[in-house]
Design a protein around this ligand. Structure first.
Ligand code: SF4
Length: 387
């Protein structure tokens, strides 16, 4: 049976690439995080095929048995017996069903830095899950084997929300992460887990493309503690041509998360020739500063050639450093470079006293000088969830 190795989003390197990139000591310690905890896969047999369905609360009935899905801005109109763009929702006799409820294909205890969250409980484990399906078709997706799959085509587990939370506690995860693909497509499962997670005093965190309608998003915010949203580019053209999506709903999601006081971080994968225009990136940073605040952490990640963009080179380190300089000069205070383990821009620096307040190498966290949410050296409040 082939199990699929997932990375955390469209913007991370694969585990194999990560190990190749890191020094030996980093690899060994990271391997503890990846492999050292009991995984639910040891106790469960993954099977192929549809396992469980759940009626979606987010659809409108139309004439002739058609439905319109209201979960994401695609607003798919779906005829009887057919599925929406994400492949994991089906019209059965005029009612719309999730086909992936309780049916994750990926379950991993990950370092929370892998999500990436740099301002949420650093150094802790986040029990991370995904099902098949996605509402985008990014040409640079690093998890395309599951994001672009139908649920019956890959191996998945049968796991209840209660089992997820039990396992998260057993392995001492401080959070449960909805990630790897776009979590909106397994919304009902995520929400049911999320309510149990809150009861147990853990955090709910998500890495998302932000392509969700405002109603379900606001409902999700009732249990959501932190979100890392991919801002994949800053033009409709980029979203249309490379992701089969739209930019404007993603910007609305970012504003809503800010209003709802969900801790927010942003990730942008910098792809050579596709979204590395510095003037457009400057506009993006100025938009973030104005609409979300200068203290919104942003991760600029290195692209590696794969899936449908195999002919492009990896992002030069110098490009990422230029992008970071633009973001800092635009006024953003926490600007990180991702997928280059050992780079200085993995650390957190206090924007006031400039001292290093969190030390990182890859997914490993060293010294932390944030005390009660403030810089230990000068007392400046640092945004995030620290305890
Ligand atoms: S969640 Fe899926 S079915 Fe619903 S509108 Fe989005 S892509 Fe279409």
């Amino acid at each position: 049976m082939k199990m699929i190795d997932v990375v955390n989003s469209c913007s991370s390197v694969t585990r194999r690439e990560f190990f190749n990139l890191c020094g030996k000591s980093v690899c060994l310690l990271s391997a503890v995080n990846f492999l050292g905890f009991p995984d639910i896969s040891h106790a469960q047999t993954a099977t192929k095929g549809l396992i469980k369905t759940k009626l979606s609360p987010y659809f409108t009935s139309l004439d002739g048995g058609e439905i319109q899905c209201e979960l994401c801005p695609h607003q798919c109109r779906v005829a009887k017996g057919k599925r929406g763009i994400c492949r994991v929702r089906e019209n059965r006799d005029g009612k719309y069903f999730s086909l992936v409820y309780g049916n994750p294909c990926a379950l991993h205890p990950d370092p929370i830095e892998k999500k990436p969250f740099f301002h949420v409980l650093p150094g802790t484990t986040s029990y991370s899950l995904a099902t098949a399906g996605c509402n985008f078709q990014c040409k640079f997706c690093q998890n395309w084997e599951i994001s672009q799959a139908s649920p019956e085509d890959i191996y998945s587990y049968e796991v209840s929300p209660e089992m997820i939370v039990k396992k998260a506690k057993e392995i001492r995860s401080r959070s449960v992460a909805y990630t790897y693909v776009e979590p909106t497509v397994f919304y009902e499962f995520m929400l049911d887990i999320g309510h149990l997670v809150k009861k147990e005093g853990l955090l709910n965190v998500t890495h998302s493309n932000g392509f969700i309608n405002p109603g379900p998003l606001r409902n999700l915010c009732k249990v959501l503690d932190a979100a890392n949203i991919d801002l994949k580019g800053f033009s409709e053209k980029f979203y249309r041509e490379l992701c089969s999506g739209e930019l404007s709903p993603v910007l609305e999601t970012l504003k809503t998360l800010k209003q709802e006081k969900v801790h927010l971080e942003i990730t942008t994968l910098i792809i050579p020739t596709k979204n590395d225009d510095l003037s457009l990136l400057e506009q993006m940073c100025l938009w973030i500063k104005k609409e979300l605040g200068a203290d919104t952490p942003i991760h600029f990640s290195r692209f590696y050639p794969l899936y449908k963009l195999r002919t492009l080179p990896p992002t030069p380190v110098s490009t990422l450093e230029k992008v970071r300089a633009v973001a800092l000069s635009s006024g953003l205070e926490y600007v990180y470079i991702g997928n280059i383990p050992g780079h200085e821009a993995e650390h957190t620096f206090c924007p006031k006293c400039r001292k290093r307040i969190i030390q990182r190498t890859g997914y490993m966290v060293g010294e932390i000088n944030v005390k009660a949410g403030k810089c230990r050296f000068c007392g400046k409040p640092i945004p995030g969830i620290w305890s």
